[in-house]
Design a protein around this ligand. Structure first.
Ligand code: SF4
Ligand code: SF4
Length: 365
């Protein structure tokens, strides 16, 4: 928190309008799962074989300068040089979220050492039934839970990284958070799923209205003991108590194609350098206020958490931050235990025509 606060204040003093908070680093797209909401594993085989090298990863981090790096994918533990990438980023002084679906975590954990700058961020989309369904493989929840327990016992910082889809049941999401806290995780990260054009299953994604209703229900009986890795203003935004537009440059994406324009979800071209990304992207064409149809329903972590953090560092935003911290868990008028309404056919049709995401979005799996 101190590192991020001093970084943001430094950027504000320099008068910089656009600066990154979290680098979304995708060292490869290959994965050992086939989740239905995934927008990465659909690439052809010759792309899935590509990997960025440690030198490319470290140069990208150095150039963009973000204090935090979320290593997503694909499955980063399939990258043969992942330890070099992690060690190099730690040496650069960055805080790393190493995302993984945990299938290989127990086997590969000895390649890493616990470090205050390293968090293992395990993809968990809910309790056993929901998670195994989301990742399309039975038994995955149990493997991930055992790997989390092992990592916690070995002294690693461990987070869970959850993407919620339109079938999410608020009561079961709360039970899931309770179970993860009991397991000893340090952080809970979550994001509404938003459509990747490449995801095979488009009807699973949430509309904006449904996202707000879902989060209101979850937090209507939320617990302050949940260690959320979300800024209070972002949690308020998810409940419809704040309105932000996105700041996609806050979480730039670097992968095997280069720097992705404009954000983690949309890929409207690639450039070679972060400088080019900042200068060549027509940022005003993106975000909800721009009228861009692909942005209309988006409330994802990687687009709006940086907006919430930026707000926190304004005079009014500080008050909003503390107010959100105090009131995010208050009863907000939504019955926490009533089921989510059945999706009307019209909304279904609308979602199929729209786009939205999955891995790392919670920021990213
Ligand atoms: S969503 Fe993540 S874990 Fe699932 S297939 Fe895609 S990259 Fe793999
Ligand atoms: S609104 Fe969402 S999809 Fe659109 S640019 Fe922002 S983060 Fe990307």
């Amino acid at each position: 928190m101190f590192k991020v606060a001093s970084y943001v204040i430094g950027k504000k003093l320099q008068g910089q309008q656009r600066y990154p908070l979290v680098l979304m680093l995708e060292p490869l797209f290959r994965c050992n799962l086939t989740c239905e909401g995934c927008g990465k594993i659909q690439y052809p085989d010759h792309i899935l074989k590509k990997r960025i090298t440690p030198a490319q990863a470290l140069a990208a981090a150095e150039e963009c300068g973000a204090p935090m790096v979320s290593i997503a994918g694909g499955e980063p533990l399939l990258h043969p040089e992942i330890t070099e990438i992690v060690d190099g980023l730690i040496k650069q002084g960055r805080y790393i979220y190493l995302c993984t679906n945990a299938l290989l975590l127990a086997r590969k954990i000895d390649s890493f050492k616990p470090h205050k700058q390293l968090t293992l961020s395990v993809h968990m989309d809910g309790l056993e039934q929901e998670h195994d369904h989301a990742v399309a493989r039975n038994g995955t929840f149990k493997i991930a839970r055992e790997a989390i327990a092992k990592a916690v016992n070995l002294g690693f910082r461990v987070a869970t990284n959850t993407t919620l889809f339109n079938s999410a049941d608020p009561r079961r999401v709360r039970l899931f958070f309770d179970e993860m806290m009991a397991l000893g995780v340090d952080d809970l990260m979550l994001s509404p799923g938003y459509a990747y054009p490449k995801a095979p299953s488009q009807e699973i994604f949430l509309s904006r209205e449904r996202t707000i209703l879902l989060f209101k229900k979850i937090f209507s009986r939320g617990k302050k003991s949940w260690k959320l890795n979300l800024s209070p203003n972002f949690v308020a935004f998810l409940q419809g108590k704040r309105d932000y537009d996105c700041t996609p440059w806050g979480t730039p994406t670097y992968n095997v194609f280069g720097w992705q324009k404009p954000c983690y979800l949309l890929s409207d071209g690639y450039v070679r350098t972060f400088k080019e990304l900042l200068e060549a992207t027509e940022w005003e064409k993106y975000g909800r206020q721009s009228g861009e149809p692909r942005c209309r329903n988006c409330m994802v972590h990687c687009g709006f958490e940086p907006s919430s953090v930026r707000d926190t560092f304004t005079v009014g935003g500080v008050f909003r931050h503390f107010s959100a911290e105090r009131h995010n868990y208050d009863f907000n008028g939504e019955d926490p235990d009533s089921p989510m309404p059945t999706l009307p056919a019209q909304e279904h049709a609308h979602q199929e025509s729209e786009k939205a995401c999955a891995c790392a979005g919670s920021d990213a799996r």
